[in-house]
Design a binder for this molecule. Structure first.
Ligand code: 5GP
Ligand code: ZN
Length: 118
Protein backbone atom coordinates (compact mmCIF):
# COMPACT_ATOMS: atom_id res chain seq x y z
CA UNK A 1 0.00 0.00 0.00
CA UNK A 2 1.26 3.48 -0.87
CA UNK A 3 1.89 5.67 2.12
CA UNK A 4 -0.23 8.69 2.97
CA UNK A 5 0.87 11.73 0.96
CA UNK A 6 0.54 14.13 3.91
CA UNK A 7 2.63 11.85 6.16
CA UNK A 8 5.29 12.00 3.44
CA UNK A 9 5.03 15.80 3.34
CA UNK A 10 5.47 15.93 7.13
CA UNK A 11 8.60 13.77 6.79
CA UNK A 12 9.75 16.03 3.90
CA UNK A 13 9.96 13.08 1.53
CA UNK A 14 7.72 15.26 -0.64
CA UNK A 15 8.59 18.97 -0.75
CA UNK A 16 6.04 21.57 0.28
CA UNK A 17 5.95 25.25 1.15
CA UNK A 18 5.75 25.02 4.91
CA UNK A 19 4.59 27.95 7.03
CA UNK A 20 4.50 26.39 10.50
CA UNK A 21 5.83 23.33 12.29
CA UNK A 22 6.00 22.09 15.86
CA UNK A 23 6.11 18.67 17.51
CA UNK A 24 2.45 17.96 16.75
CA UNK A 25 1.39 20.12 13.82
CA UNK A 26 2.45 21.01 10.29
CA UNK A 27 1.06 23.72 7.99
CA UNK A 28 1.85 24.25 4.33
CA UNK A 29 0.50 25.74 1.13
CA UNK A 30 -1.97 23.71 -0.92
CA UNK A 31 -0.43 22.61 -4.23
CA UNK A 32 -3.57 23.64 -6.12
CA UNK A 33 -4.72 26.86 -4.43
CA UNK A 34 -8.17 28.38 -4.96
CA UNK A 35 -7.20 31.75 -3.45
CA UNK A 36 -3.97 33.74 -2.84
CA UNK A 37 -3.74 32.11 0.58
CA UNK A 38 -4.66 28.43 0.69
CA UNK A 39 -3.07 26.63 3.58
CA UNK A 40 -3.48 23.11 4.88
CA UNK A 41 -3.10 22.63 8.62
CA UNK A 42 -2.59 19.04 9.71
CA UNK A 43 -1.76 17.00 12.80
CA UNK A 44 1.47 15.03 12.48
CA UNK A 45 -0.45 12.09 13.87
CA UNK A 46 -2.08 10.18 11.02
CA UNK A 47 -5.77 10.63 11.79
CA UNK A 48 -7.83 9.73 8.73
CA UNK A 49 -10.56 12.33 9.11
CA UNK A 50 -12.75 14.25 11.52
CA UNK A 51 -14.93 11.14 11.66
CA UNK A 52 -12.10 9.30 13.44
CA UNK A 53 -11.60 11.91 16.18
CA UNK A 54 -11.67 10.57 19.73
CA UNK A 55 -11.61 12.08 23.21
CA UNK A 56 -7.84 11.57 23.39
CA UNK A 57 -7.40 14.07 20.51
CA UNK A 58 -8.96 16.87 22.52
CA UNK A 59 -5.74 18.80 23.25
CA UNK A 60 -4.32 18.30 19.77
CA UNK A 61 -7.46 19.65 18.10
CA UNK A 62 -7.49 22.59 20.48
CA UNK A 63 -3.90 23.43 19.55
CA UNK A 64 -4.74 23.23 15.86
CA UNK A 65 -7.78 25.50 16.17
CA UNK A 66 -5.83 28.13 18.12
CA UNK A 67 -3.28 28.18 15.29
CA UNK A 68 -5.86 28.76 12.56
CA UNK A 69 -6.33 32.54 13.03
CA UNK A 70 -2.65 33.08 13.78
CA UNK A 71 -1.51 31.47 10.55
CA UNK A 72 -4.29 33.10 8.54
CA UNK A 73 -3.21 36.55 9.73
CA UNK A 74 0.50 35.80 9.37
CA UNK A 75 -0.03 34.79 5.72
CA UNK A 76 -2.09 37.87 4.90
CA UNK A 77 -5.77 37.09 5.44
CA UNK A 78 -6.39 40.56 6.84
CA UNK A 79 -10.12 40.73 6.10
CA UNK A 80 -11.20 37.23 7.00
CA UNK A 81 -10.77 33.72 5.75
CA UNK A 82 -12.66 30.47 5.27
CA UNK A 83 -11.90 27.19 6.99
CA UNK A 84 -13.03 23.91 5.47
CA UNK A 85 -12.73 20.35 6.73
CA UNK A 86 -13.91 17.85 4.13
CA UNK A 87 -14.80 14.52 5.69
CA UNK A 88 -15.20 11.21 3.91
CA UNK A 89 -16.76 10.47 0.55
CA UNK A 90 -19.84 12.64 0.94
CA UNK A 91 -17.75 15.49 2.32
CA UNK A 92 -15.51 15.40 -0.75
CA UNK A 93 -12.33 14.45 1.12
CA UNK A 94 -9.54 13.47 -1.28
CA UNK A 95 -6.58 13.00 1.05
CA UNK A 96 -7.24 10.63 3.95
CA UNK A 97 -5.25 12.52 6.57
CA UNK A 98 -7.22 15.06 8.61
CA UNK A 99 -6.61 18.59 7.33
CA UNK A 100 -8.08 22.04 7.72
CA UNK A 101 -8.11 24.28 4.66
CA UNK A 102 -7.49 27.98 5.42
CA UNK A 103 -8.52 30.04 2.41
CA UNK A 104 -8.39 33.79 1.85
CA UNK A 105 -5.97 36.56 1.13
CA UNK A 106 -7.89 38.15 -1.76
CA UNK A 107 -9.93 41.36 -1.86
CA UNK A 108 -13.22 39.79 -2.97
CA UNK A 109 -15.66 37.80 -0.87
CA UNK A 110 -15.26 34.10 -1.57
CA UNK A 111 -18.15 32.49 -3.46
CA UNK A 112 -20.92 30.74 -1.56
CA UNK A 113 -19.59 27.46 -0.27
CA UNK A 114 -22.65 25.37 -1.06
CA UNK A 115 -25.04 26.13 -3.90
CA UNK A 116 -28.61 25.55 -2.80
CA UNK A 117 -30.84 23.82 -5.36
CA UNK A 118 -33.90 25.93 -6.28
P1 5GP B 1 -9.44 17.51 0.37
O1 5GP B 1 -10.21 17.50 -0.94
O2 5GP B 1 -9.02 16.13 0.79
O3 5GP B 1 -10.15 18.28 1.45
O4 5GP B 1 -8.16 18.37 0.09
C1 5GP B 1 -6.93 17.83 -0.27
C2 5GP B 1 -6.06 18.99 -0.70
O5 5GP B 1 -4.72 18.54 -0.73
C3 5GP B 1 -6.39 19.52 -2.10
O6 5GP B 1 -6.77 20.89 -2.02
C4 5GP B 1 -5.09 19.31 -2.88
O7 5GP B 1 -4.80 20.37 -3.76
C5 5GP B 1 -4.05 19.19 -1.78
N1 5GP B 1 -2.91 18.35 -2.12
C6 5GP B 1 -2.97 17.10 -2.66
N2 5GP B 1 -1.73 16.62 -2.85
C7 5GP B 1 -0.87 17.60 -2.43
C8 5GP B 1 0.55 17.68 -2.38
O8 5GP B 1 1.29 16.77 -2.77
N3 5GP B 1 1.09 18.82 -1.88
C9 5GP B 1 0.30 19.85 -1.42
N4 5GP B 1 0.94 20.95 -0.96
N5 5GP B 1 -1.05 19.80 -1.45
C10 5GP B 1 -1.63 18.69 -1.95
ZN1 ZN C 1 -1.02 10.57 6.95
Amino acid sequence: MRECIFCRIIRKDIPSTGVYEDADIFAFYDINPIAPVHLLLIPKLHIISLAEIEEKHHTLLGKIMVLVPRLAKKEGCADGFRTIINTGYVGGQEVDHLHIHIIGGGKERLPAMIHRPN
